[in-house]
Design a binder for this molecule. Structure first.
Ligand code: PGA
Length: 243
């Protein structure tokens, strides 16, 4: 059974550089990369690092796939996760919006999810998925319980995810429904990079990478995925006694 590789970095800046090295290497190997890119706070340092290396990267053929979005929220809404991805990653890297595959919140959710999956299939699947982990063990908005076969779909957010989202948007109202790329599609990615930073993530990282494989911790299915590298900082990995 595959075991995730763990890269332990000194701190968040080191984590961001290490993950950027990995993404840059994959892009150099395959410029027409199908890249799934999460939002959330954790990958922002990676994206900033890639943007700072822009002149050395060929992104002319990359396709970027969105991981999740609040139901009914369009890109013009300040809470849009796609908007966040565009501002932090694709626009400053010069990737045009027509090379972003989105979860279309303007149409009926089931149709949007089916269209996303179809586009993904036609593109040949994800080459690389950049993921964070929720403190409840979710990947994207695959909330517990989510099994390994869960498709791209509309979901109800857990209380924990609503709370995390509230932290992103200040006092703005947080939607409670969302569209997420499914566990099935994520786990089929040819490679996955899981990012986690800070002591609050330590317990869930341990459960995900070393605990029982269970729908109660969706990220634990990464233990069975093809090629997973967890890029963590020391705080997310070691206890005080182990540091
Ligand atoms: P974070 O979110 O990167 O902001 O910690 C991760 C997640 O909830 O999936």
């Amino acid at each position: 059974m595959p075991v995730p590789s763990v890269l332990v970095c000194e701190d968040y800046a080191d984590l961001s550089r290490t993950a950027a090295d990995l993404v840059a290497e994959r892009l150099a190997q395959k410029p027409a990369l199908n890249l799934l890119a999460a939002t959330g706070n954790t990958p922002m340092g990676l994206y900033a690092e890639l943007v700072s290396r822009r002149d050395a990267l060929d992104v002319s053929r990359v396709r970027v796939f969105q991981l999740d979005e609040y139901a009914g929220v369009g890109i013009e809404d300040r809470r849009s996760l796609l908007g966040w991805l565009v501002r932090s990653f694709t626009a400053p890297l010069g990737i045009p919006e027509d090379r972003i595959v989105r979860l279309d919140t303007a149409i009926e959710p089931a149709a949007a999810c089916a269209a996303f999956e179809e586009t993904l299939r036609e593109a040949g699947g994800f080459d690389l998925a950049i993921l964070g982990i929720g403190s409840n063990g979710h990947l994207g908005f695959n909330e517990p319980p989510s099994d390994a076969g869960a498709p791209t779909r509309e979901v109800t957010l857990s209380a924990q995810s609503v709370e995390t989202s509230a932290g992103y948007w200040g006092d703005a109202e947080v939607p409670t429904r969302a569209l997420t790329v499914g566990m099935r599609e994520l786990l089929a990615s040819r490679e996955i990079v899981l990012l986690a930073s800070g002591a609050p993530k330590r317990a869930i990282v341990r459960r995900a990478l070393g605990g029982a494989v269970t729908p109660e911790v969706p990220a634990s299915f990464l233990q069975e995925a093809k090629r997973v590298t967890a890029v963590l900082d020391r705080a997310a990995w070691c206890g005080e006694d182990e540091a």
